[in-house]
Design a protein around this ligand. Structure first.
Ligand code: ADP
Ligand code: MG
Length: 235
């Protein structure tokens, strides 16, 4: 079964007197474990798409199914619980909490969502920190890290609850080219290691060809795709 399915999905925002179609009748599906990119210029609908997959918004029309659940019918609490259980998020500006150490930032989702015993929490945090190569930085604060290191910590935080799906909206937009490349390679490696589906968005031509499945958006419509790219045999 596909992990994400859109059937005739539209999202319309009311701007004063006019309706803006952020997404216009989009249908697509993403197989589990696929390393997937949404690519398009600014305003093409990438964030709207990821917000729908992330249960942060609902479609105006059509249906969105994530991990077998129709997200349009979920209430607020239900979608919050669903996000905590099944989804991880990586942000463009990292969104680490400045007063918490690297270790505490990664531990945080486990404290918020679930009653995980302390020893088990420690094991989970240490495992993902080692996976992203940040185990020796555990006691540092975000201000002491480079942008690339912050994003590695954010990826560890997204993975610590063992989500089925990690969503990353322009995760490399604040990174230089070489660091962006390394962050994308890390996400792909984490997919290989944890079996997590990764869905990211970008308008950066240097990283969009790293995806196995690429959807091209233009004015809220899919222009082509899914294009099957590098290493598609993984998908
Ligand atoms: P992208 O992430 O590709 O830059 P978005 O999904 O953010 O694109 O936006 C798609 C379109 O929807 C744009 O025209 C944008 O101005 C509009 N839009 C997005 N969010 C809102 C909102 N909350 N209110 C009004 N218009 C919005
Ligand atoms: Mg955006």
């Amino acid at each position: 079964m596909e992990i994400v399915t859109f059937e005739g999905v539209s999202k319309t925002y009311r701007m004063g007197e006019v309706d803006v179609a952020a997404l216009d009748h989009v249908s697509l599906s993403i197989p589990p474990g696929a390393f997937t990119a949404f690519v398009g210029p600014s305003g093409s609908g990438k964030t709207t798409t990821l917000n729908l997959i992330g249960c942060l918004d609902r479609p105006s029309e059509g249906s969105v199914t994530v991990a077998g659940r129709a997200i349009g019918s979920m209430g607020r609490r239900e979608s919050a619980a669903f996000r905590g259980e099944h989804l991880g998020f990586v942000f463009q500006d990292f969104n680490l909490l400045p007063v918490l150490t690297v270790y505490e930032n990664v531990e945080y989702p486990l404290l918020m969502i679930r009653d995980v015993p302390k020893g088990q929490r420690r094991g989970a945090v240490e495992h993902v920190l080692a996976a992203v190569g940040m185990e020796d930085q555990a006691d540092k604060y975000p201000a002491q890290l480079s942008g690339g290191q912050k994003q590695r910590v954010a990826i560890a935080r997204a993975l610590v609850g063992k989500p089925a799906l990690v969503l990353a909206d322009e995760p490399t937009a604040n990174l230089d080219g070489a660091t962006a490349q390394r962050v994308v390679e890390l996400m792909k490696r984490m997919r290989d290691e944890f079996g997590t589906t990764f869905v990211f968005s970008t308008h950066d031509p240097r990283i969009m060809d790293q995806a196995e499945v690429t959807f091209h958006l233009q004015d809220g419509r899919l222009t082509e795709g899914p294009a099957i790219g590098k290493g598609a045999d993984h998908a």
